[in-house]
Design a protein around this ligand. Structure first.
Ligand SMILES: Cc1cc2nc3c(=O)[nH]c(=O)nc-3n(C[C@H](O)[C@H](O)[C@H](O)COP(=O)(O)OP(=O)(O)OC[C@H]3O[C@@H](n4cnc5c(N)ncnc54)[C@H](O)[C@@H]3O)c2cc1C
Length: 390
């Protein structure tokens, strides 16, 4: 079965793809290696995405967005960026589009939406989500950043790390503990703005891969915020995070699948151009078997991820569905890229080849957005609960 026969996309998606591809060719590919060298995507690339309608697809038109809740449009953006080997940019864009914007859109008051959504949608403002701390990643109940009441305001103090878009962000959604005695109901979400007194950024962190993606430490020293910066209700922070994880995790699964498909495509083409022992490398049976295995795995995975996307569109994607998609697709991505790289021989190890950069960039995917182990924990807990109910 060829994935394109599954009618996942409709004509309006195909038209959107044409404009995304043109955007990537014009605004991303010519500059990408330069961004990797400077270890930072130029922020104008986000504004360019806004201008091209590639960003803010889900945002209501009143705030400048595309006004669709069809995630297939995002899928197309991920496919096109993966084909161009632009993983660092894709990851930064995904944080803005699939995490920060939905938080503001779904939890923000009308005033908050008017304040932040137009800039996030146009890409003139960059967003970040600051959950992880030096001592708390998988276990967010270990969050130490506090927001202490001072009359009608809060003073936020603490430290966050590994924050995507951290260096360039203007609008940062921060998880902080508002009541140490309230257990999981003791956390809230606030928006900190770059100019707030007491907010500062630490190092731009050096990473194995995604080298152009901006990842940073953030510091909060008694950052004073009023009610207008509280997202949703006080005490609901962890619940809000959990509710939005299916989208965040599907976003990573989609990026993982697209990146694996792109890598496989490069390797498949290469082995029929490269000769060894007087024949195409692709004519050795072992190479063909490798291609056969990879292509099968990719098609089976695509069927699941596409089904998950349609479930998200219908509002029925569960945390368990998304956990399955995330761990499976991100682990598959690593296997596929590793095997595809092998087919390039020594050239696969050279960073001038997209396959080498894809290999390096893939490693994080089983870690952020919830590790593979945490995904299996979520799925396993659900299995156990169902089994015990019988
Ligand atoms: C490039 C990059 C970008 C990131 N972007 C962001 C961002 O924008 N915002 C943000 O808030 N965070 C971000 N993160 C942080 C990321 O989400 C965390 O690193 C991740 O959730 C894991 O947390 P941790 O690093 O504290 O690892 P830990 O939680 O300390 O985990 C260490 C190991 O223990 C395992 N483990 C933990 N608990 C269990 C368990 N119950 N059962 C079995 N094994 C377990 C983990 O799977 C892992 O293998 C980013 C990280 C990186 C590297």
């Amino acid at each position: 079965m060829n994935p394109s026969e599954m009618s996942f996309y409709q004509p309006d998606h195909d038209a959107f793809r044409v404009s995304v591809r043109e955007f990537v060719q014009r605004e991303i590919s010519p500059f990408y290696l330069e961004w990797e060298e400077q270890h930072l995507v130029d922020r104008t690339a986000f504004a360019a995405a806004g201008a091209a309608g590639v960003l803010g697809t889900r945002v209501e038109e009143a705030y400048g967005g595309g006004g669709t809740d069809d995630y297939r449009f995002r899928f197309i953006v991920a496919e096109e960026l993966a084909s161009a080997g632009a993983a660092s940019y894709s990851a930064g864009l995904a944080v803005q589009e699939d995490i920060v914007i939905p938080y503001v859109m779904e939890l923000g008051s009308e005033e908050q939406k008017r304040r932040w959504l137009p800039g996030l949608t146009s890409g003139n403002q960059l967003g970040a989500i600051a959950m992880t701390e030096p001592g708390a990643g998988s276990d967010l109940q270990g969050t130490r950043t506090t927001a202490v009441r001072d009359g009608d305001e809060w003073l936020i103090s603490g430290q966050k790390t590994f924050i995507t878009n951290g260096i360039q962000s203007d609008t940062i959604v921060v998880l902080a503990r508002t009541n140490p005695d309230a257990g999981s109901r003791g956390f809230s979400l606030f928006v900190v703005e770059a100019g707030d007194s007491g907010f500062s950024r630490g190092r731009k962190l050096d990473k194995i891969g995604l080298v152009a993606q901006d990842t940073a430490e953030l510091f909060f020293e008694k950052v004073r915020v009023g009610r207008d910066r509280l997202l949703g209700e006080e005490g609901n922070g962890l619940r809000y995070l959990m509710e939005r994880l299916p989208l965040e995790r599907l976003s990573i699964a989609v990026a993982a699948l697209c990146s694996a498909e792109a890598a496989y495509g490069w390797a498949r083409d290469y082995v029929f151009e490269r000769q060894a022992f007087s024949q195409d490398v692709g004519d050795f049976q072992t190479v063909r078997f490798t291609l056969a295995e990879i292509e099968t795995e990719l098609e089976v995975t695509r069927a699941y991820v596409e089904a998950a996307t349609l479930k998200l569109n219908r509002g029925s994607l569960t945390a368990v569905d998304a956990a399955k998609a995330k761990w499976w697709a991100s682990e598959l991505q690593q296997r596929v890229i590793n095997r595809s790289l092998q087919l390039f021989g020594g050239y696969g190890y050279m960073l001038e080849y997209p396959i080498a950069r894809a290999y390096r960039d893939a490693r994080i995917q089983t870690i952020y957005g919830g590790t593979t182990e945490i995904m299996k924990e979520i799925i396993g807990r659900d299995i156990a609960a169902r089994a015990k109910r019988r």
